[in-house]
Design a protein around this ligand. Structure first.
Ligand code: MN
Length: 196
């Protein structure tokens, strides 16, 4: 299996004005692409060369000698998952099964918003905020750098990239503003529902 850069699920300018085409150009066209290029080089000629991306992540997590492979593989996976976590005209209150589950597991949509935003804001430095399923219960969590819940037995349903490269061109240092917009205007609840 060759690791390649997956196509975006929408056009580069389709999330504007919330996330501009310029940001997507750099974030997808440079950052995400570079993780793919690096990973392909790192696994070339190794026993991981023909493994699926998810297996590479699970087989290298916690292995210091393979940290480079894990970091690039996890970043490839996280970014693809992030692109699908958003859609044009997304965000706002969820519908469908995820809406019921958010109410059951968090108490209310507002409580979920508070926890998700807090996870993104309190991730010191680079990382990710997540909505995951753990033992069939929804949970908000955060990971540092390239780390991913996928590597720790959790089922991711949504993610927000909180590396500065995700928002700096559009929001500069204002991570809170970017997270507000992500929640209000971008979340792809259809995607989360499809994974439940
Ligand atoms: Mn990123």
């Amino acid at each position: 299996m060759t690791i390649t850069l997956p196509e975006l699920p929408y056009g580069k300018g389709d999330l504007a004005p919330h996330i501009t085409e310029k940001t997507i150009d750099f974030h997808y066209g440079k950052h995400h692409k570079t993780y793919v290029t690096n990973l392909v080089k790192l696994i070339e000629g190794t026993e991981l060369e023909n493994e699926a991306l998810e297996n590479i992540i699970k087989k290298t997590v916690g292995d210091k000698a393979k940290a480079g492979i894990f970091n690039n593989a996890a970043q490839v996976w996280n970014h693809t998952f992030y692109w699908h976590s958003m859609k044009p005209n997304g965000g706002g209150s969820p519908t469908g099964q995820i809406a019921e589950k958010i109410k059951a597991d968090f108490g209310s949509y507002e409580k979920f918003v508070e926890e998700f935003k807090n996870a993104g804001l309190t991730q010191f430095g680079s990382g990710w905020a997540w909505l995951v399923l753990k033992d069939n219960k929804l949970q908000v969590t955060k990971t540092a750098n390239a780390d991913t819940p996928l590597a720790h037995g959790l089922k991711p349903l949504l993610t927000a990239d909180v590396w500065e490269h995700a928002y700096y061109l559009d929001y500069q240092n204002k991570r809170a503003d970017y997270l507000d917009v992500f929640i209000k205007n971008l979340i792809n609840w259809d995607f989360a529902n499809s994974l439940l």
